[in-house]
Design a protein. Structure first.
Length: 158
């Protein structure tokens, strides 16, 4: 297609149609497009006969052939168990420690949300994912305020 400033829209359209005909193997554009008026005339002429009885016969013939069994069985993996909502486990998963920069905390929050957001997990795990997100957000907010204290073994969270 030649590009030029002095061309009008009609010339461009004609050129596109001719290129389309060449691409379609030289078949005229009238054969490529659907003429709705001629289809309507055919339907109203009575030459096309499609009745409820004919549809029922076609359906019965298809049903009498029997169901087609697939050659291979698709085995779905067992559903993943829900992840823990224990704050200590989530803090360990986040990698929270006593002193972390706020920028790093923001990155940890985004990465955790990317992996665990309720919209990104299967439907049966959404309630669990929502609780995990709430706990992770609470822990990260505590760390930002400087109130996060990692627990040692046997310590209880206040």
């Amino acid at each position: 297609m030649a590009i030029g400033r002095g061309r009008d829209f009609a010339a461009l359209l004609d050129e596109l149609i001719s290129e389309d005909n060449e691409y379609a193997g030289g078949v005229p554009a009238s054969l490529n497009s659907l003429d709705y008026l001629s289809v309507a005339e055919e339907l109203h002429s009575g030459r096309i006969n499609f009745t409820d009885r004919r549809a029922q016969v076609e359906y019965d013939e298809h049903q009498s052939a029997g169901p087609v069994e697939p050659d291979t069985k698709i085995v779905e993996p067992p559903p993943a168990p829900p992840l823990t909502t224990d704050p200590d486990d989530i803090a360990r998963e986040l990698g929270l420690s006593q002193a972390i920069e706020p920028k790093l905390l923001d990155r940890l929050r985004r990465e955790f949300a990317f992996r665990n957001h309720p919209d990104r997990v299967p439907a049966h795990l959404r309630a669990n994912a929502m609780m995990r997100m709430q706990v992770a957000n609470m822990l990260i907010d505590e760390a930002k305020r400087g109130k996060f204290k990692p627990r040692g073994a046997g310590e209880a969270r206040a």
